[in-house]
Design a protein around this ligand. Sequence first.
Ligand code: COA
Ligand code: AMP
Length: 631
Amino acid sequence: MAKFDKIFRESLENPEEFWAKAAQGIDWYKECDKVLDGSHPPFYRWFVGGEMNTCFNAVDRHVEQGRGDQVAIIYDSPVTDTIDKITYLELRDRVALFAGALQDLGVARGDTVIIYMPMIPEAAVAMLACARLGAIHSVVFGGFAANELAIRIDHAQPKVIVFASGALEGKKTLAYKPLIDKAIELADHKPQNCVIFQRPFLTADLSEDRDLDWRDLTAKAKPVDCVPVQATDPLYILYTSGTTGMPKGVMRDNGGHAVALNWSMKNIYDVDAGDVYWAASDVGWVVGHSYIVYGPLFKGCTTIFYEGKPVGTPDAGAFWRVIAEHGVKVLFTAPTAFRAIKKEDPDGELFKQYDLEKFEALYLAGERLDPDTYYWATDLLHLPVIDHWWQTETGWAIVANSRGIEELPVKPGSATKPVPGYDVRILDHEGNELGPNQEGNVVVRLPLPPGTLVSLWRDDEKFVKSYMSNFQGYYETSDGGFIDEDGYVFIMGRMDDVINIAGHRLSTGAMEEIIASHQDVAECAVFGVHDQLKGEQPVGLVVLKAGVKRDEEELNRELVAMVREKIGPIACYKKTCVVANLPKTRSGKILRSTMRSIANGKEYRMPSTILDASVLGEITDALVGMGYPEK
Ligand code: COA
Ligand code: AMP
């Protein structure tokens, strides 16, 4: 049997033994009593009774093991023209000091802290400082508007919010302080304090009694040591888009997370301690949590904090410059970044200017890797281009080409095979298992491996309802797809109202809630249509209230402004069309997926339950008027 198949089988037949062995890659204050507690399905707990500290494993242990002088973080910021290198020793000292500062503010084990920061190393320092204390962080992506931040403040109830004075987004300077003030004003929960990291290009005024300057605070603080926590204690909450305006607070524990991520670095990405590993994403997303901060640091790699874009900072050669300058071995990014590079430099002229001697593989995830982008990247790089599929919920790859174990042949369009620990199946809507090449719901048989979500923050009920109810004994991924005769998994897209815009996960349901609140709108449907650069873009069809007549361009401007104001610019909502009716089933359900198929030029079957089939003709005309399907 091939090496990969053997290891995969072991992981499913004997999960406790498999993960107990992987747990040896982590330093424990106390070994666990039980590797897997499955006594309360669907709630599974890994490494019960084990005691450890995430920050110790990511930072201190490398200093103790002689890696103190190795660079832990390279901060490469074309937008501020800065390159800074932080060794493991310096990182430990900065984290220990900031943990001391948080402790002085009363932050202790089990407290929550919200972090709202751009791609600067202080974001990692703040995350690791929370972990050091056993506090729970919740990082919010900087592209979310005040209203989204307020929702998270009310749900996570942070004692402290840590934020930067601002960010440079391409050529724009964004001030964070007004946004934080507004979010706190909107929220019912008020944090005790805010800690502000002042950036050289923008100084925020501090609000008396609430705000503290990061530098003043740390100047007075004393370094603190790592606090032992239970493996099953929460490490972080990361909010992710669901099907409504209320995001889901994915909760990750300490022990399972450290074991799984540490294991994944070698087995999936094939990197070792000392290697330079770069995930070009943002700390606000799961990729940033797992593979900018925790994974590479657990493994003792050098990680890169890149504050820039794939294009425009200054050009489409930016990624090649970073890889060459810092000796990157593995790059992980979203296909959209490569599409952006391809658009600006289709023949790879900028690529040819750099010496990428150390570069070994490119990993892509966050959205479907379209074969065009796959072939373009492969022809350019002449290196393995690895698609892998995962979700905020799982925290690490469900399906991948686990090159560290054995590199399997690539089938373009497939993310290759399930990773050890994940028993992936395809079920029809009734829960029957489907055979090879039959498309259906992609699910994972329980228990999920370590490092995956343990529940939703303060909402076990929603956890069960969202993921564990439709298919008993399985985790429902909400993605559709199939497995071919060789066991390769093909992910075809979401089956719910979640869309991926430029690798960013957003909810069309949340956009609909905002649009429906416009005074002139009776009802609406928002769905994703194919976009050459960003993968998908949202489009809104609205029905006006009886008697209302509106100029469509003006209405569109108002709706665009509302979505930007409530969700943020990353929602990329730009196009609205007024229609007389929306297609519905007899029971009143709006047929979004049928409209999506029409807009994307895909074949669809006329739903037998449709109330009035002629409405689809009107919708087709409206979409054609908007330029869909794309020629
Ligand atoms: N803070 C504030 N605003 C942000 C932001 C952030 N961190 N990130 C994006 N935005 C804003 C952008 O400035 C833009 O605003 P605008 O409408 O005023 O121009 C809007 O949100 C849309 O951003 P984006 O979709 O990123 O479009 P773009 O044209 O700025 O860039 C790409 C396009 C492809 C270059 C960019 O999306 C990219 O680099 N993608 C990589 C994806 C990625 O890293 N995904 C993470 C998962 S792995
Ligand atoms: P997020 O939670 O932001 O990581 O988004 C998860 C969703 O992104 C998944 O449910 C998929 O729909 C999509 N996705 C992520 N990676 C891939 C991939 N490699 N191929 C296809 N879809 C992907």
